[in-house]
Design a protein around this ligand. Structure first.
Ligand code: W6P
Length: 399
């Protein structure tokens, strides 16, 4: 069909990663025509690249109704954008394009949840082997990263060029508007303020569930400080990661201490290459065998508690919060790592690139190499197996 041909065409191109600096430079001499011409090619390229990977998913998963639904959303959105292929960048077209982008963003609002539902459907209907599990992990990291990047492009365009629509959307998302912001980017993002905001909102949930909460101590280079620290970044991304980490840290602390919960420390460090945000809790820690599992979608997939239980839902459920937070960090070549001492507590570190020209988008590319990961071959172990651990008892089959 025509869509298939278009997919083949656009998937031949690699996505063009932009740096935060490029997003800003572009936003400063904001030219709607240039943005339109870039996006009407780049969005189909990014969509086509990931749609080709959806097509390679294990058949069992592809047949799940939720995955079919997500696939349909992508097909529809791909068609709706490629309709602009031959349309001149004139004012009515530019307006229609903006509206189309907003419409597409809304269509894809529940993709994460719906994909998680698909994984759940698979787990409940099939025995999932290690090879399939690895393919799904590989895919979801790339799929959600692709989605983060596509939403970033759409947000920048709509915030810069559709005053009315953009402004409303921004206030809904809590993205600061006006002032120094360039789309969703804050060239002077106040790290301390975002830490405090994420803490306060996690604390609100913690108080509601445990009737108490740990205090926050902010340090810089290990010593108490109220000095501001700023970074060129997307505040909503930083908030998302910190809020997730605070919920996990608070839960650990509250579950580990009957009373007098020890504070959560956040240590901010500005380096030449990296800005590091280390959050330390004394929540008893986790065994090493569990650390990696916290980033596994298959391990983290559990049915959502029903809405009627909403006043008793636990603070943090190890949903997709941690793996997606790590994708936000990696999106601009940062990272998110956990290091725990079982019996004591956990350190979680968010690394951000200190230089906006080094903060490039980190994007999945569809090609022969990526395709290989969807046809896993059983690997012979070339190291002797571990003794039984928490991870093993959850995950028995090993080649
Ligand atoms: C824990 C487990 C965890 C995950 C992520 C962040 C903090 C913590 N603390 O015990």
């Amino acid at each position: 069909t025509n869509v298939t041909k278009m997919l083949d065409f656009y998937s031949q191109f690699n996505p063009s990663p932009l740096s935060i600096k490029q997003f800003i430079d572009f936003g400063l001499n904001a030219c709607e025509k240039k943005s339109y011409l870039f996006l009407r090619k780049e969005l189909p390229v990014r969509l086509a690249n990931i749609m080709k990977e959806i097509a390679l998913l294990p058949e069992n998963l592809l047949r799940m109704p939720s995955v079919g639904l997500v696939n349909q959303w992508y097909e529809r959105s791909f068609e709706e954008i490629t309709e602009f292929e031959k349309m001149e960048p004139e004012p009515p077209v530019l307006t229609e394009f903006c509206e189309r982008l907003v419409h597409i963003r809304n269509r894809h609002a529940d993709v994460v949840q719906t994909m998680a539902q698909g994984v759940l459907e698979l787990k409940e209907s099939h025995e999932v082997d290690t090879g399939t599990e690895n393919s799904i992990q590989y895919f979801l990291d790339r799929f959600y990263m692709s989605r983060i990047s596509i939403r970033m492009l759409i947000n920048q365009h709509t915030l810069l060029f559709s005053e009315q629509l953009g402004a409303r959307q921004a206030s809904v998302n809590g993205i600061g508007i006006g002032g120094r912001h360039i789309g969703s980017i804050d060239p002077a993002c106040d790290v301390v303020a975002v830490v405090k905001d994420a803490y306060e909102n996690a604390r609100f949930l913690c108080d509601r569930y445990y009737l108490a909460s740990p205090e926050l101590e902010i340090l810089q280079c290990g010593v108490p400080s109220e000095r501001p620290m700023s970074v060129v970044y997307v505040p909503s991304h930083l908030y998302h990661m910190l809020f997730e980490l605070f919920k996990n840290a608070m839960r650990a602390v509250m579950e580990h201490h009957e009373d007098n919960p020890p504070p959560i420390q956040v240590n901010l460090v500005q380096g030449r290459e990296d800005i590091s945000v280390k959050m330390s809790d004394r929540g008893g820690g986790i065994p090493r065998s569990v650390t990696d599992l916290l980033f596994k979608y298959m391990y983290s997939t559990a049915p959502q508690p029903s809405k009627s239980d909403s006043h008793t839902v636990p603070l943090a459920g190890y949903g997709y919060g941690l793996p997606i937070s790590r994708l936000y960090a990696r999106y601009f070549h940062g990272d998110l790592v956990l290091m725990s001492c079982e019996g004591h507590g956990t350190d979680a570190v968010i690394y951000l690139k200190a230089l906006s020209n080094e903060a490039n988008e980190f994007l999945p590319i569809f090609n022969k190499t990526s395709s290989k990961f969807y046809r896993p071959v059983a690997q012979l172990a070339d190291w002797s197996g571990p003794v039984n651990t928490a991870a093993q008892s959850k995950n028995k089959e090993k080649v």
